[in-house]
Design a protein around this ligand. Structure first.
Ligand code: FAD
Length: 450
């Protein structure tokens, strides 16, 4: 392959013995590369307890915690609260939105993931009454607990973009991979239509923390590739507007992607925030931090919404009250133990956590066993024994048949779990892993098996 980037210097520091062992790895443990190894969890003796545990949210973090707690505790009363019946495999959305997967592959039933013996309350938590150790549902039910796990995920604030209408995604060149499987499917239909003739495409990035911050970058790489395949790249301009002064928080990845986009002729406008979209006129408005507005016409736009905590958490005693996570209302947890900093019987897992990194399924995979063990420690009267390093990962699709397997921690260090795969080099294995291995690995995490 031409123009292959050189092997990253970070990898040169990896112990040669570890590299040799990993070079012999088979396809199955490849999923470990995205923090989604399929190795089964070791059986432990269950701790006897009559503790009442409430889990708010039945996404990946909620069901993974429920399955582990149900197995590792004997006698606990576990209740999971969430109205959602369909469990969506969100990491598959980028595959649906770029024409790689059919939409049917990303939806499963929550009833198949919630373990027997765990009570499922099909309502939403409307209020966290943390001082009184209770949650109140939107149906008016008050559920008291001894321990609480907050796993509500996050809220996508499309409403902050004037004129934006999620129901209109797929028409008039309006797209977004984020909100749902249906939006991802409609995004692919719009991308497929756009690539027939080409034209002007605008890709966007907000300033808030994001779930899978690699997704806006994947969408850009894959759009360029789909245009190239259709023979319309030369008739097209693809540009990227970031509300920040970067496009990715990890400096080494940021630099790598910017270099690649330079070669692919994707100009980047920094500090340019999408604030309004006129869907009928196909015109987007961007604002600088000083409030200066510019308008751009488009044929295709990819909208990435600002993200924050759901209102129930944001407006509760559990959210950060000072510091950088306050505006988004994120859950105030200690970044290492993932235990609440003011309510010691509360823990957080997944996208809701107000920590510097970690809004990916791979983060949930790595952190759930640690949180569950820390919770068990607390139930047993001990201090939490486990520490989370901020592990975050996402296979960054760069074209059909190639991805970068990027993994990093709180300190922005690249932490490849399979050093045989250079995170800065196009990898066919990373692509195969993304399209074949990660969904089964995700389901194993959801069932608490790994
Ligand atoms: C487009 C896209 C691409 C992605 N790509 C990747 C990838 O390549 N790799 C990767 O590792 N990760 C990826 N992710 C991220 C990953 O899917 C999420 O980080 C993960 O699903 C988070 O799990 P969670 O349980 O915290 O939140 P979710 O899975 O979102 O679940 C939250 C649950 O909480 C419920 N809830 C909300 N409010 C309340 C309330 N008040 N009361 C009760 N329940 C409530 C919701 O109904 C929902 O069921 C991607 C995500 C998207 C959207």
């Amino acid at each position: 392959m031409k123009d292959q980037p050189k092997r990253s210097p970070e990898l040169a520091e990896i112990d040669p013995e570890r590299r040799r062992l990993l070079l012999g790895a088979s396809a199955l443990p490849l999923a470990a590369g995205a923090g989604l190894s399929l190795a089964p969890a070791r059986a432990k003796a269950a701790l006897k307890t009559s503790a009442r545990i409430v889990i708010a949210g039945s996404g990946l973090a909620g069901v993974a915690a429920a399955n582990r707690l149900a197995r590792e505790l004997d006698g606990a009363r576990i209740t999971i609260v969430d109205r959602k019946e369909i469990h969506n495999y969100q990491p598959g959305y980028t595959l649906v939105a770029t024409g790689v997967w059919p939409v049917e592959k990303v939806s499963d039933r929550n009833v198949d993931l919630i373990p027997p013996g765990v009570e499922w309350v099909r309502e939403m938590v409307a209020e966290f009454d943390a001082e009184k150790n209770a949650v109140v549902t939107d149906g008016g039910r008050r559920i008291e607990y001894d321990y609480l796990v907050v796993a509500t995920g996050l809220h996508m604030d499309f409403g902050l973009i004037e004129g934006m209408d999620v129901a209109a995604i797929g028409r008039n060149g309006l797209t977004s991979v984020y909100p749902s499987p249906q939006a991802a499917q409609a995004t692919w239909q719009a991308m497929d239509t756009f690539r027939q003739k080409g034209g002007k495409a605008l890709m966007t990035l907000p300033s808030t923390p994001l779930k899978c911050a690699g997704a806006p970058l994947k969408m850009t790489f894959m759009l360029v590739d789909r245009l190239r395949q259709a023979g319309t790249r030369d008739q097209s301009q693809v540009s990227f507007h970031s509300a920040l002064d970067n496009i990715f928080s990890v400096p080494r990845i940021n630099q790598e992607v910017l270099e690649r986009w330079k070669k692919l002729d994707v100009p980047v406008h920094f500090l340019s925030k999408l604030v309004a979209v006129d869907i009928g006129a196909r015109r987007a408005t961007f604002a600088s931090p000083e409030g200066e507005r510019t308008q751009h016409d488009y044929d295709f736009i990819h909208v990435v919404p600002p993200m924050r905590a759901p209102d129930s958490v944001k407006n509760s005693p559990l959210s950060w009250k000072e510091g950088p996570f306050t505006a988004g209302g994120w859950l105030e947890v200690d970044k290492e133990t993932l235990r609440h900093r003011r309510f010691p019987n509360v823990f957080g897992i997944g996208d809701i956590n107000g920590t510097g990194k970690g809004k990916t399924a791979a983060t949930v995979k790595k952190s759930t066993p640690l949180v569950v063990q820390n919770l068990i420690d607390v139930i047993a009267g001990r201090e939490p024994s486990q520490r989370f390093d901020g592990y975050t990962s996402c296979p960054l699709l760069v074209r059909e048949g190639a991805a970068l397997l990027i993994e990093f921690d709180y300190e922005n260090r690249l932490v490849p779990s399979l050093p045989a795969i250079d995170p800065l080099q196009d990898s066919y294995f990373a692509w195969v892993m993304k399209i074949r291995l990660l969904k089964p690995a995700y389901m194993a995490v959801a069932k608490g098996r790994v």
